[in-house]
Design a protein around this ligand. Sequence first.
Ligand SMILES: Cc1cc2nc3c(=O)[nH]c(=O)nc-3n(C[C@H](O)[C@H](O)[C@H](O)COP(=O)(O)OP(=O)(O)OC[C@H]3O[C@@H](n4cnc5c(N)ncnc54)[C@H](O)[C@@H]3O)c2cc1C
Length: 547
Amino acid sequence: MDDHSYDAIVIGTGHSGLVGAWYLAQAGWSVLMLERRDIVGGTCVTEEIFPGYRGSSVANSSHSLDPRIVGDMRLDRFGLRFAHPELGSLTLFTDGRALVPWPDREKRRAELARFAHGQSDLDGYHALLDFYRSVAMRMQVSFYDPAPSLAAVAERFQTPAQQRAFQKVMFGSVADIIEEHLESPELQAFFAGTAVATNFVGPRTPGSGYLLLQRPLWEESMKSVGTHDENDLMMRNAAPMGGIGAITEAMAAAGRAAGVRIETNAEVVRILCTDGRVTGVALADGREFRAPRVLSNANPKLTLTRLLTADELGRDWYALAEDIPMKGSSAKVHLALNGTPRFACARSDKENELFLATNFRIAPSIDVLQEAYNEAIMGRWSERPTISGIISSAIDPSLTPPGAHFVSLSVRGVPYHLAEGTWDEHGDALAKAVVTTLEEHVPNLLDVLDDYHIYTPLDLEREFALLEGNGAHGDIVPGQIFDSRPMPGCADHRTPVEGLYLCGVGTWPGNFMSGVTGYNASHRMLSDARLPRPDTDPMAAVEDSIT
Ligand SMILES: Cc1cc2nc3c(=O)[nH]c(=O)nc-3n(C[C@H](O)[C@H](O)[C@H](O)COP(=O)(O)OP(=O)(O)OC[C@H]3O[C@@H](n4cnc5c(N)ncnc54)[C@H](O)[C@@H]3O)c2cc1C
């Protein structure tokens, strides 16, 4: 094996690719990873956005991270440490109040009662959680298993009541489900804000009912492999010291220790293939590397339509890949603060300290969330943006100068396609609207604000190769889940090009920063390498399912 040929090449060093590469190397394969940016980690990176200020560039939280993967890779040996803030989240409302899920049971109950419209809301809160849990259990879908078809999943709902529940979740809106259970606008907003994060959907969009199912499905999946309790202990409220990039840095270190060669500033521009079989990759700098298997962690639409030609992929497949919906809906705003922000809802310094160390969200009501979405589909961004944020320097002060803070804000309902003007013209105005919105909840914000920075959806595409700025490499919504993720015929991580595999959040089950697609794809590659490839035409199966 020379420097230019490997058992496998991995395109991209997002967390999914890093996980996949590690399992391949662990099985004895020689593995080369190629990353177009100058650092590893993809969207899960800690970077110096302002001189002396480091923080999360894109993704903020790692609550879905699979503890089995963390354990297998021994990330603790590579320096990964978690802090466990007392609070899981903070939902801020325009009247200055905040919903705080206190860890203490009695205090949490009192907090819910403060917002609930009577006992029926208190019962409704738990009934809503139970509703989703029961649908997840009946679905019997494990994220570790091959992607099921919608029809197979539907068949598991047998009684009329079960079928109704399935239809609500898959085809109804999350707002309808929430409103059936709760009257309090604040409690409604708490669930709706959780649901619509990352995807380009409003709470009243048909199909958005599924969005609250992703977490219970993940919990059921972890139960099926015995890691659920571990996750509760380890990842719930876990914040990596060093910001989210500390996780991917540890993954890269684990990979190198397992023998993976990682090259940055190495953009793949072509996947090379001969007679329908992958043979390697070509880089923007003219170099070529050879391997009989390539695993792409890049967005699947980008992989299939930009790194391959229609002739190489097959024209029908190429048309399917071009058709993968990819509308982005997020922007990032980063703030450098020269002092401590003070939440209006904090009643004491101690409470403020607790609030600083948790994720916070500004999504005051279902209507505000829906308005932001309505604006976005018309190509406009809302003056009342919905925001989720983290102040990682409150957890790890080494990220900023002493006494200073770095705030990383994810802004939702921001369209990639603008009705008027360009993002290079609009970016600054959006950043200022975000600052104004946050100031309503952090009254001393302008006193301590040193600088701000924005990644518009277009910047996210340019900088992180997120097509249309879509952080999920394609929304995780009905029609783009199960065996339709990323597209029919490719949900098992294989592609029509023999030896080319896909991983990453754009593949089933998505599941954000969990590592599960890297795990599943690498295991698929390893088992395929031991078995002859089945002699079937997957496009014929897709045609059968359509006709
Ligand atoms: C604003 C925003 C906020 C988010 N917040 C969260 C959050 O808090 N928690 C969470 O779990 N998820 C969050 N997400 C989603 C998150 O990005 C995904 O969940 C996940 O981390 C994606 O990881 P990945 O490894 O699948 O892909 P990516 O992180 O996108 O990695 C893909 C890698 O491939 C590289 N690449 C692409 N093309 C090439 C090429 N041609 N050659 C070489 N390299 C290439 C890219 O540079 C990148 O490094 C957020 C997304 C956005 C946009």
